[in-house]
Unconditional design. Structure first.
Lengths: 331, 95, 116
Protein backbone atom coordinates (compact mmCIF):
# COMPACT_ATOMS: atom_id res chain seq x y z
CA UNK A 1 0.00 0.00 0.00
CA UNK A 2 2.77 2.44 0.79
CA UNK A 3 4.26 1.63 -2.62
CA UNK A 4 1.09 3.06 -4.16
CA UNK A 5 1.54 6.25 -2.13
CA UNK A 6 5.10 6.44 -3.40
CA UNK A 7 3.94 5.97 -6.98
CA UNK A 8 1.35 8.73 -6.59
CA UNK A 9 3.92 11.15 -5.16
CA UNK A 10 6.38 10.37 -7.94
CA UNK A 11 3.70 10.99 -10.58
CA UNK A 12 3.07 14.41 -9.02
CA UNK A 13 6.85 14.95 -9.11
CA UNK A 14 6.99 14.13 -12.80
CA UNK A 15 4.20 16.62 -13.54
CA UNK A 16 5.98 19.28 -11.47
CA UNK A 17 9.29 18.61 -13.26
CA UNK A 18 7.71 19.05 -16.66
CA UNK A 19 5.95 22.23 -15.55
CA UNK A 20 9.26 23.62 -14.25
CA UNK A 21 10.97 23.14 -17.58
CA UNK A 22 8.02 24.36 -19.61
CA UNK A 23 7.22 27.64 -17.90
CA UNK A 24 8.96 30.79 -19.09
CA UNK A 25 8.45 32.72 -15.87
CA UNK A 26 11.47 31.93 -13.70
CA UNK A 27 9.73 32.92 -10.47
CA UNK A 28 7.09 30.27 -11.16
CA UNK A 29 9.89 27.78 -11.83
CA UNK A 30 11.47 28.52 -8.45
CA UNK A 31 8.14 28.15 -6.65
CA UNK A 32 7.55 24.82 -8.39
CA UNK A 33 11.06 23.75 -7.41
CA UNK A 34 10.03 24.29 -3.80
CA UNK A 35 7.09 21.94 -4.37
CA UNK A 36 9.35 19.41 -6.12
CA UNK A 37 11.72 19.46 -3.14
CA UNK A 38 8.81 18.74 -0.77
CA UNK A 39 7.64 15.86 -2.98
CA UNK A 40 11.13 14.39 -3.15
CA UNK A 41 11.55 14.61 0.62
CA UNK A 42 8.22 12.82 1.14
CA UNK A 43 9.34 10.13 -1.37
CA UNK A 44 12.62 9.71 0.48
CA UNK A 45 10.70 9.25 3.72
CA UNK A 46 8.55 6.58 2.12
CA UNK A 47 11.71 4.82 0.91
CA UNK A 48 12.98 4.54 4.53
CA UNK A 49 15.58 7.30 4.15
CA UNK A 50 14.83 9.51 7.17
CA UNK A 51 18.20 11.30 7.34
CA UNK A 52 18.12 12.11 3.64
CA UNK A 53 14.54 13.42 3.91
CA UNK A 54 15.69 15.69 6.75
CA UNK A 55 18.58 17.03 4.66
CA UNK A 56 16.36 17.60 1.62
CA UNK A 57 13.85 19.40 3.86
CA UNK A 58 16.45 21.66 5.43
CA UNK A 59 18.22 22.50 2.18
CA UNK A 60 15.73 22.21 -0.66
CA UNK A 61 12.77 24.12 0.71
CA UNK A 62 14.68 26.80 2.60
CA UNK A 63 18.20 27.56 1.41
CA UNK A 64 17.73 26.69 -2.26
CA UNK A 65 14.61 28.85 -2.59
CA UNK A 66 16.38 31.80 -0.92
CA UNK A 67 19.43 31.54 -3.20
CA UNK A 68 17.45 31.22 -6.40
CA UNK A 69 15.14 34.12 -5.47
CA UNK A 70 18.20 36.22 -4.67
CA UNK A 71 19.67 35.45 -8.08
CA UNK A 72 16.32 36.24 -9.75
CA UNK A 73 16.06 39.56 -7.94
CA UNK A 74 19.47 40.55 -9.31
CA UNK A 75 18.96 39.32 -12.87
CA UNK A 76 15.69 39.04 -14.70
CA UNK A 77 12.55 37.20 -13.84
CA UNK A 78 11.46 35.99 -17.26
CA UNK A 79 13.08 34.14 -20.09
CA UNK A 80 13.16 36.03 -23.32
CA UNK A 81 10.43 34.96 -25.70
CA UNK A 82 11.70 32.72 -28.47
CA UNK A 83 10.16 32.27 -31.88
CA UNK A 84 8.14 29.09 -31.75
CA UNK A 85 9.74 27.39 -34.76
CA UNK A 86 10.13 23.69 -35.30
CA UNK A 87 13.68 24.09 -36.52
CA UNK A 88 16.07 21.23 -36.98
CA UNK A 89 17.91 22.05 -33.77
CA UNK A 90 14.79 21.76 -31.62
CA UNK A 91 13.84 18.49 -33.35
CA UNK A 92 17.34 17.22 -32.61
CA UNK A 93 17.02 18.22 -28.95
CA UNK A 94 13.67 16.48 -28.49
CA UNK A 95 14.86 13.48 -30.45
CA UNK A 96 18.06 12.93 -28.49
CA UNK A 97 16.36 13.47 -25.14
CA UNK A 98 13.60 11.02 -26.09
CA UNK A 99 16.00 8.38 -27.36
CA UNK A 100 18.22 8.57 -24.27
CA UNK A 101 15.14 8.40 -22.00
CA UNK A 102 14.04 5.22 -23.78
CA UNK A 103 17.52 3.74 -23.46
CA UNK A 104 17.58 4.43 -19.71
CA UNK A 105 14.11 2.92 -19.30
CA UNK A 106 15.26 -0.16 -21.23
CA UNK A 107 18.25 -0.41 -18.87
CA UNK A 108 15.98 -0.34 -15.82
CA UNK A 109 14.38 -3.66 -16.84
CA UNK A 110 17.45 -5.38 -15.45
CA UNK A 111 17.16 -3.75 -12.05
CA UNK A 112 15.90 -5.88 -9.17
CA UNK A 113 12.37 -4.82 -8.34
CA UNK A 114 11.81 -2.22 -5.61
CA UNK A 115 12.48 -3.71 -2.17
CA UNK A 116 13.67 -7.08 -3.37
CA UNK A 117 15.63 -8.86 -0.62
CA UNK A 118 17.90 -10.58 -3.13
CA UNK A 119 19.33 -7.34 -4.51
CA UNK A 120 23.14 -7.29 -4.35
CA UNK A 121 23.32 -4.37 -1.92
CA UNK A 122 21.04 -6.16 0.57
CA UNK A 123 22.83 -9.49 0.34
CA UNK A 124 26.35 -8.57 1.45
CA UNK A 125 26.86 -4.90 2.32
CA UNK A 126 23.86 -4.00 4.45
CA UNK A 127 24.07 -6.82 7.02
CA UNK A 128 27.83 -6.14 7.40
CA UNK A 129 27.31 -2.42 8.05
CA UNK A 130 24.44 -3.00 10.51
CA UNK A 131 26.39 -5.65 12.45
CA UNK A 132 29.59 -3.62 12.49
CA UNK A 133 27.74 -0.55 13.70
CA UNK A 134 26.38 -2.58 16.62
CA UNK A 135 29.77 -4.10 17.47
CA UNK A 136 32.35 -1.42 16.72
CA UNK A 137 30.55 1.89 17.15
CA UNK A 138 27.43 1.16 19.19
CA UNK A 139 25.27 4.13 18.19
CA UNK A 140 21.67 3.69 17.05
CA UNK A 141 21.92 5.75 13.85
CA UNK A 142 23.70 3.55 11.32
CA UNK A 143 23.75 6.34 8.72
CA UNK A 144 25.81 8.60 11.01
CA UNK A 145 28.10 5.69 11.82
CA UNK A 146 28.76 4.98 8.15
CA UNK A 147 29.09 8.67 7.29
CA UNK A 148 31.40 9.63 10.11
CA UNK A 149 33.43 6.52 10.75
CA UNK A 150 33.28 3.85 8.06
CA UNK A 151 33.25 6.39 5.22
CA UNK A 152 34.94 9.25 7.06
CA UNK A 153 37.46 9.92 4.32
CA UNK A 154 34.61 10.46 1.81
CA UNK A 155 32.98 12.90 4.20
CA UNK A 156 36.23 14.84 4.64
CA UNK A 157 36.34 15.26 0.87
CA UNK A 158 32.73 16.46 0.79
CA UNK A 159 33.36 19.03 3.53
CA UNK A 160 36.36 20.34 1.59
CA UNK A 161 34.15 20.61 -1.52
CA UNK A 162 31.61 22.67 0.43
CA UNK A 163 34.42 24.89 1.73
CA UNK A 164 35.80 25.31 -1.80
CA UNK A 165 32.40 26.30 -3.15
CA UNK A 166 32.12 28.89 -0.39
CA UNK A 167 35.55 30.29 -1.18
CA UNK A 168 34.64 30.33 -4.87
CA UNK A 169 31.50 32.37 -4.27
CA UNK A 170 33.44 34.80 -2.08
CA UNK A 171 36.03 35.24 -4.82
CA UNK A 172 33.35 35.83 -7.45
CA UNK A 173 31.01 38.11 -5.57
CA UNK A 174 33.12 39.56 -2.78
CA UNK A 175 32.17 39.52 0.85
CA UNK A 176 30.31 42.80 0.44
CA UNK A 177 31.57 44.15 3.74
CA UNK A 178 34.26 46.25 2.11
CA UNK A 179 32.05 47.78 -0.55
CA UNK A 180 29.81 49.45 1.96
CA UNK A 181 30.68 52.56 3.94
CA UNK A 182 31.05 51.79 7.61
CA UNK A 183 28.04 53.00 9.58
CA UNK A 184 25.80 53.65 6.60
CA UNK A 185 22.43 55.06 7.66
CA UNK A 186 19.60 52.57 7.93
CA UNK A 187 17.77 53.56 4.77
CA UNK A 188 14.75 51.90 3.21
CA UNK A 189 17.03 49.80 1.01
CA UNK A 190 18.69 47.59 3.54
CA UNK A 191 15.86 47.53 6.05
CA UNK A 192 14.51 44.09 5.22
CA UNK A 193 10.97 43.41 6.28
CA UNK A 194 11.19 45.49 9.43
CA UNK A 195 8.41 47.88 8.46
CA UNK A 196 5.91 45.06 8.23
CA UNK A 197 4.78 44.31 11.74
CA UNK A 198 3.28 40.83 11.57
CA UNK A 199 6.14 39.08 9.71
CA UNK A 200 8.63 40.81 11.95
CA UNK A 201 7.06 39.76 15.24
CA UNK A 202 6.34 36.19 14.17
CA UNK A 203 9.76 35.76 12.64
CA UNK A 204 11.55 37.04 15.71
CA UNK A 205 9.48 34.71 17.88
CA UNK A 206 10.51 31.72 15.81
CA UNK A 207 14.24 32.37 15.36
CA UNK A 208 15.33 31.06 18.81
CA UNK A 209 13.30 27.90 18.29
CA UNK A 210 14.85 27.26 14.88
CA UNK A 211 18.31 27.74 16.39
CA UNK A 212 17.44 25.38 19.22
CA UNK A 213 16.20 22.79 16.73
CA UNK A 214 19.46 23.17 14.80
CA UNK A 215 21.56 22.45 17.88
CA UNK A 216 19.28 19.55 18.80
CA UNK A 217 19.70 18.00 15.34
CA UNK A 218 23.47 18.51 15.60
CA UNK A 219 23.99 16.74 18.88
CA UNK A 220 21.20 14.18 18.56
CA UNK A 221 22.51 12.97 15.20
CA UNK A 222 23.83 9.75 16.68
CA UNK A 223 20.52 8.68 18.19
CA UNK A 224 18.01 9.78 15.61
CA UNK A 225 17.98 11.38 12.17
CA UNK A 226 20.36 14.29 12.16
CA UNK A 227 24.00 15.20 12.05
CA UNK A 228 26.32 17.98 10.99
CA UNK A 229 25.06 18.63 7.46
CA UNK A 230 21.43 19.03 8.47
CA UNK A 231 22.27 21.10 11.55
CA UNK A 232 24.51 23.43 9.56
CA UNK A 233 21.71 24.04 7.08
CA UNK A 234 19.11 24.68 9.81
CA UNK A 235 21.34 27.12 11.72
CA UNK A 236 22.17 28.92 8.48
CA UNK A 237 18.44 29.09 7.74
CA UNK A 238 17.75 30.77 11.07
CA UNK A 239 20.47 33.40 10.50
CA UNK A 240 19.16 33.98 6.98
CA UNK A 241 15.66 34.48 8.42
CA UNK A 242 17.08 37.12 10.76
CA UNK A 243 18.80 38.82 7.82
CA UNK A 244 15.56 38.78 5.80
CA UNK A 245 13.64 40.37 8.66
CA UNK A 246 16.06 42.97 9.96
CA UNK A 247 18.14 43.74 6.92
CA UNK A 248 21.50 42.39 5.97
CA UNK A 249 23.52 45.05 7.83
CA UNK A 250 22.09 43.97 11.17
CA UNK A 251 22.84 40.34 10.47
CA UNK A 252 26.44 41.20 9.60
CA UNK A 253 26.82 43.11 12.85
CA UNK A 254 25.48 40.11 14.80
CA UNK A 255 27.79 37.59 13.11
CA UNK A 256 30.63 39.55 11.50
CA UNK A 257 32.39 38.52 8.33
CA UNK A 258 35.56 37.53 10.19
CA UNK A 259 33.64 35.07 12.34
CA UNK A 260 32.04 33.56 9.23
CA UNK A 261 35.41 33.09 7.56
CA UNK A 262 36.78 31.50 10.73
CA UNK A 263 33.77 29.16 10.82
CA UNK A 264 34.26 28.12 7.21
CA UNK A 265 37.90 27.24 7.65
CA UNK A 266 37.76 26.15 11.27
CA UNK A 267 35.27 23.34 10.76
CA UNK A 268 37.32 21.76 7.99
CA UNK A 269 40.49 22.14 10.04
CA UNK A 270 38.81 20.48 13.02
CA UNK A 271 37.88 17.51 10.89
CA UNK A 272 41.43 17.25 9.54
CA UNK A 273 42.88 17.67 13.02
CA UNK A 274 40.87 14.72 14.34
CA UNK A 275 42.25 12.68 11.45
CA UNK A 276 45.83 13.73 12.17
CA UNK A 277 45.27 12.99 15.87
CA UNK A 278 44.72 9.40 14.80
CA UNK A 279 48.20 9.35 13.25
CA UNK A 280 49.82 11.11 16.19
CA UNK A 281 48.36 8.58 18.63
CA UNK A 282 49.85 5.69 16.67
CA UNK A 283 47.22 4.46 14.23
CA UNK A 284 45.89 5.40 10.78
CA UNK A 285 44.48 8.69 9.52
CA UNK A 286 40.86 9.13 10.70
CA UNK A 287 40.98 6.09 12.96
CA UNK A 288 38.98 7.14 16.00
CA UNK A 289 39.52 4.02 18.09
CA UNK A 290 42.79 5.37 19.49
CA UNK A 291 41.27 8.63 20.75
CA UNK A 292 40.37 7.01 24.06
CA UNK A 293 41.29 3.88 26.05
CA UNK A 294 38.06 2.13 25.08
CA UNK A 295 37.84 1.92 21.25
CA UNK A 296 34.05 2.35 21.22
CA UNK A 297 34.34 5.47 23.39
CA UNK A 298 37.03 6.73 21.02
CA UNK A 299 34.63 6.25 18.12
CA UNK A 300 31.99 8.30 19.97
CA UNK A 301 34.48 11.13 20.57
CA UNK A 302 35.64 11.08 16.97
CA UNK A 303 32.10 11.19 15.60
CA UNK A 304 31.11 14.01 17.97
CA UNK A 305 34.10 16.16 17.01
CA UNK A 306 33.85 15.71 13.25
CA UNK A 307 30.10 16.26 13.23
CA UNK A 308 30.76 19.56 15.02
CA UNK A 309 33.34 20.44 12.36
CA UNK A 310 30.91 19.59 9.58
CA UNK A 311 28.11 21.64 11.15
CA UNK A 312 30.36 24.69 11.65
CA UNK A 313 31.69 24.62 8.09
CA UNK A 314 28.31 24.10 6.42
CA UNK A 315 26.68 26.88 8.47
CA UNK A 316 29.56 29.27 7.77
CA UNK A 317 29.57 28.57 4.05
CA UNK A 318 25.80 28.91 3.59
CA UNK A 319 25.60 32.17 5.59
CA UNK A 320 28.60 33.63 3.70
CA UNK A 321 27.02 32.74 0.37
CA UNK A 322 23.79 34.45 1.41
CA UNK A 323 25.63 37.61 2.46
CA UNK A 324 27.59 37.63 -0.80
CA UNK A 325 24.30 37.57 -2.73
CA UNK A 326 22.53 40.08 -0.48
CA UNK A 327 25.39 42.58 -0.63
CA UNK A 328 24.90 42.89 -4.38
CA UNK A 329 21.26 43.76 -3.86
CA UNK A 330 22.05 46.80 -1.78
CA UNK A 331 25.10 47.93 -3.74
CA UNK B 1 -7.24 4.90 9.86
CA UNK B 2 -3.78 6.16 8.94
CA UNK B 3 -4.42 5.13 5.36
CA UNK B 4 -7.53 7.31 5.19
CA UNK B 5 -5.65 10.32 6.54
CA UNK B 6 -2.77 9.79 4.12
CA UNK B 7 -5.14 9.37 1.17
CA UNK B 8 -6.98 12.59 2.02
CA UNK B 9 -3.68 14.47 2.36
CA UNK B 10 -2.48 13.15 -1.01
CA UNK B 11 -5.66 14.35 -2.71
CA UNK B 12 -5.19 17.82 -1.17
CA UNK B 13 -1.57 17.89 -2.33
CA UNK B 14 -2.67 17.07 -5.87
CA UNK B 15 -5.18 19.93 -5.80
CA UNK B 16 -2.56 22.35 -4.46
CA UNK B 17 -0.17 21.29 -7.23
CA UNK B 18 -2.88 21.91 -9.81
CA UNK B 19 -3.33 25.45 -8.51
CA UNK B 20 0.42 26.06 -8.45
CA UNK B 21 0.80 24.95 -12.06
CA UNK B 22 -2.27 26.69 -13.44
CA UNK B 23 -2.78 29.73 -11.18
CA UNK B 24 -2.88 32.83 -13.31
CA UNK B 25 -1.47 35.24 -10.76
CA UNK B 26 1.69 34.96 -8.75
CA UNK B 27 -0.11 34.98 -5.42
CA UNK B 28 -2.00 31.81 -6.37
CA UNK B 29 1.29 30.03 -6.72
CA UNK B 30 2.81 31.36 -3.49
CA UNK B 31 -0.23 30.30 -1.50
CA UNK B 32 -0.22 26.91 -3.21
CA UNK B 33 3.42 26.33 -2.25
CA UNK B 34 2.69 27.31 1.34
CA UNK B 35 -0.29 24.96 1.50
CA UNK B 36 1.79 22.20 -0.03
CA UNK B 37 4.34 22.61 2.73
CA UNK B 38 1.67 22.32 5.41
CA UNK B 39 0.24 19.19 3.81
CA UNK B 40 3.69 17.64 3.59
CA UNK B 41 4.05 18.15 7.34
CA UNK B 42 0.77 16.27 7.86
CA UNK B 43 1.74 13.52 5.45
CA UNK B 44 5.11 12.90 7.09
CA UNK B 45 3.58 12.86 10.57
CA UNK B 46 0.92 10.31 9.53
CA UNK B 47 3.57 8.18 7.79
CA UNK B 48 5.83 8.28 10.84
CA UNK B 49 3.06 6.81 12.98
CA UNK B 50 2.07 4.34 10.25
CA UNK B 51 5.62 2.98 10.17
CA UNK B 52 5.60 2.69 13.94
CA UNK B 53 8.54 5.09 14.37
CA UNK B 54 7.20 8.15 16.19
CA UNK B 55 10.75 9.34 16.81
CA UNK B 56 10.78 10.61 13.23
CA UNK B 57 8.66 13.57 14.26
CA UNK B 58 11.95 15.56 14.32
CA UNK B 59 11.77 15.70 10.54
CA UNK B 60 8.26 17.05 10.71
CA UNK B 61 9.36 19.83 13.08
CA UNK B 62 12.19 20.82 10.75
CA UNK B 63 9.86 20.92 7.79
CA UNK B 64 7.32 23.11 9.50
CA UNK B 65 9.97 25.69 10.41
CA UNK B 66 11.88 25.66 7.14
CA UNK B 67 8.71 26.10 5.08
CA UNK B 68 8.21 29.34 6.98
CA UNK B 69 11.59 30.64 5.79
CA UNK B 70 10.77 29.96 2.14
CA UNK B 71 7.67 32.15 2.41
CA UNK B 72 9.71 34.94 4.00
CA UNK B 73 12.17 34.81 1.13
CA UNK B 74 9.28 35.28 -1.29
CA UNK B 75 8.01 38.28 0.70
CA UNK B 76 11.45 39.90 0.65
CA UNK B 77 11.68 39.25 -3.09
CA UNK B 78 8.41 41.11 -3.69
CA UNK B 79 9.45 44.00 -1.47
CA UNK B 80 12.79 44.31 -3.25
CA UNK B 81 11.16 44.21 -6.65
CA UNK B 82 8.63 46.91 -5.69
CA UNK B 83 11.43 49.08 -4.31
CA UNK B 84 13.49 48.70 -7.48
CA UNK B 85 10.41 49.59 -9.57
CA UNK B 86 9.86 52.74 -7.49
CA UNK B 87 13.54 53.71 -7.82
CA UNK B 88 13.33 53.22 -11.58
CA UNK B 89 10.29 55.49 -11.76
CA UNK B 90 11.95 58.21 -9.68
CA UNK B 91 15.03 58.14 -11.90
CA UNK B 92 12.94 58.20 -15.07
CA UNK B 93 11.08 61.26 -13.78
CA UNK B 94 14.33 62.97 -12.94
CA UNK B 95 15.56 62.76 -16.53
CA UNK C 1 6.27 -6.13 -16.93
CA UNK C 2 6.59 -5.36 -13.26
CA UNK C 3 5.13 -1.85 -13.16
CA UNK C 4 4.88 -1.51 -9.38
CA UNK C 5 8.43 -2.67 -8.91
CA UNK C 6 10.07 -0.58 -11.60
CA UNK C 7 7.99 2.61 -11.57
CA UNK C 8 10.50 4.46 -9.41
CA UNK C 9 13.26 3.81 -11.96
CA UNK C 10 11.07 4.97 -14.83
CA UNK C 11 10.34 8.24 -13.01
CA UNK C 12 14.10 8.55 -12.50
CA UNK C 13 14.63 8.22 -16.26
CA UNK C 14 11.91 10.77 -17.09
CA UNK C 15 13.14 13.33 -14.52
CA UNK C 16 16.74 12.83 -15.64
CA UNK C 17 15.89 13.63 -19.22
CA UNK C 18 13.58 16.51 -18.28
CA UNK C 19 16.41 18.17 -16.37
CA UNK C 20 18.83 17.40 -19.16
CA UNK C 21 16.45 18.93 -21.70
CA UNK C 22 16.37 22.15 -19.68
CA UNK C 23 20.18 22.26 -19.64
CA UNK C 24 20.53 21.65 -23.36
CA UNK C 25 17.57 23.40 -24.93
CA UNK C 26 16.89 26.51 -22.84
CA UNK C 27 19.22 29.45 -23.48
CA UNK C 28 18.54 31.23 -20.17
CA UNK C 29 21.40 30.56 -17.75
CA UNK C 30 19.27 30.39 -14.61
CA UNK C 31 16.95 27.91 -16.34
CA UNK C 32 19.97 25.75 -17.10
CA UNK C 33 20.90 25.75 -13.42
CA UNK C 34 17.34 24.84 -12.47
CA UNK C 35 17.52 21.93 -14.94
CA UNK C 36 20.82 20.82 -13.40
CA UNK C 37 19.19 20.82 -9.97
CA UNK C 38 16.34 18.65 -11.31
CA UNK C 39 18.88 16.27 -12.88
CA UNK C 40 20.67 15.88 -9.56
CA UNK C 41 17.39 15.20 -7.74
CA UNK C 42 16.63 12.38 -10.20
CA UNK C 43 19.99 10.75 -9.47
CA UNK C 44 19.33 10.99 -5.72
CA UNK C 45 15.98 9.25 -6.23
CA UNK C 46 17.64 6.39 -8.12
CA UNK C 47 20.21 5.72 -5.39
CA UNK C 48 17.72 5.82 -2.52
CA UNK C 49 15.35 3.52 -4.42
CA UNK C 50 18.11 0.95 -4.74
CA UNK C 51 18.61 0.85 -0.98
CA UNK C 52 15.07 0.01 0.05
CA UNK C 53 14.13 -3.46 1.23
CA UNK C 54 10.62 -4.79 1.62
CA UNK C 55 9.49 -4.94 5.22
CA UNK C 56 12.48 -2.95 6.35
CA UNK C 57 12.58 0.35 8.11
CA UNK C 58 14.95 3.30 8.33
CA UNK C 59 18.45 2.24 9.44
CA UNK C 60 18.14 3.82 12.88
CA UNK C 61 18.21 1.00 15.39
CA UNK C 62 15.62 1.26 18.09
CA UNK C 63 13.43 -1.16 19.98
CA UNK C 64 11.61 -3.71 17.90
CA UNK C 65 12.96 -3.06 14.41
CA UNK C 66 14.75 -6.02 12.86
CA UNK C 67 15.19 -5.52 9.13
CA UNK C 68 16.84 -2.30 7.96
CA UNK C 69 17.16 -0.63 4.60
CA UNK C 70 20.69 -0.07 3.47
CA UNK C 71 22.48 2.91 5.05
CA UNK C 72 25.16 3.16 2.38
CA UNK C 73 23.20 4.85 -0.45
CA UNK C 74 21.69 7.21 2.11
CA UNK C 75 25.16 8.32 3.25
CA UNK C 76 26.25 9.00 -0.33
CA UNK C 77 23.14 11.01 -1.14
CA UNK C 78 23.19 12.97 2.14
CA UNK C 79 26.56 14.47 1.33
CA UNK C 80 25.61 14.80 -2.34
CA UNK C 81 22.63 17.02 -1.46
CA UNK C 82 24.78 19.49 0.46
CA UNK C 83 27.44 19.49 -2.25
CA UNK C 84 24.77 20.08 -4.91
CA UNK C 85 23.48 23.22 -3.17
CA UNK C 86 27.05 24.51 -2.82
CA UNK C 87 27.82 24.03 -6.48
CA UNK C 88 24.46 25.54 -7.47
CA UNK C 89 25.33 28.58 -5.36
CA UNK C 90 28.68 28.80 -7.15
CA UNK C 91 26.87 28.57 -10.49
CA UNK C 92 24.49 31.35 -9.48
CA UNK C 93 27.47 33.48 -8.48
CA UNK C 94 28.89 32.96 -11.97
CA UNK C 95 25.55 33.97 -13.49
CA UNK C 96 25.51 37.19 -11.46
CA UNK C 97 29.01 38.10 -12.64
CA UNK C 98 28.11 37.27 -16.25
CA UNK C 99 25.12 39.59 -15.90
CA UNK C 100 27.44 42.34 -14.65
CA UNK C 101 29.88 41.93 -17.53
CA UNK C 102 27.57 41.23 -20.47
CA UNK C 103 24.30 42.76 -19.30
CA UNK C 104 22.27 39.69 -20.17
CA UNK C 105 21.79 36.09 -19.11
CA UNK C 106 20.56 34.72 -22.43
CA UNK C 107 23.15 32.48 -24.02
CA UNK C 108 22.79 33.72 -27.60
CA UNK C 109 23.08 37.38 -26.60
CA UNK C 110 26.24 36.62 -24.63
CA UNK C 111 27.79 34.70 -27.49
CA UNK C 112 26.79 37.46 -29.89
CA UNK C 113 28.75 39.97 -27.82
CA UNK C 114 31.78 37.71 -27.80
CA UNK C 115 32.05 37.44 -31.57
CA UNK C 116 34.92 39.67 -32.81
Amino acid sequence: MTTLFGIFLLTLLMITGMAIVHTRNLFVAVMLMGIASLLIAASFFLLDAADVALTEAAIGAGISTVLFLGALALTSERERKRRRSLSTSSLLQFGIVGVVALIVIWATFDQPRLGSPSAPVQAHLTPWYIESTRDLIDIPNAVTAVLASFRGYDTLGEVVVVFTAGVGVLFLLGTGASSRAAGAPLSEDNAGLRHYLIPRILGRLLIPFILLLGFYVQFHGEYGPGGGFQAGAIIAASVILYALLEGEQRALSVIPQGVLLAMMAGGTLLFGAVGVAGIVLGSNFLDYSVLSEDPVNGQHWGILLIEMGIGITVAGVLISIFHAFAARATA
Amino acid sequence: MYFAAILATLVTMALALLRAVRGPTVYDRVLAVNMFGTKTVLLLAALAFLFGRPDFLDLVLVYALINFIGVFAVLEFFRYRAMRARQGQVEAQRE
Amino acid sequence: MDILGLYHYWIFAVLLMTGFFAIVAKPNLVKKLIGLSLFQSAVFLCYITMGKIEGGTAPIMGEGAELFSSPLPQVLILTAIVVSISTTALGLGLVLRIKDEYGSIEEDEIQGQDQP
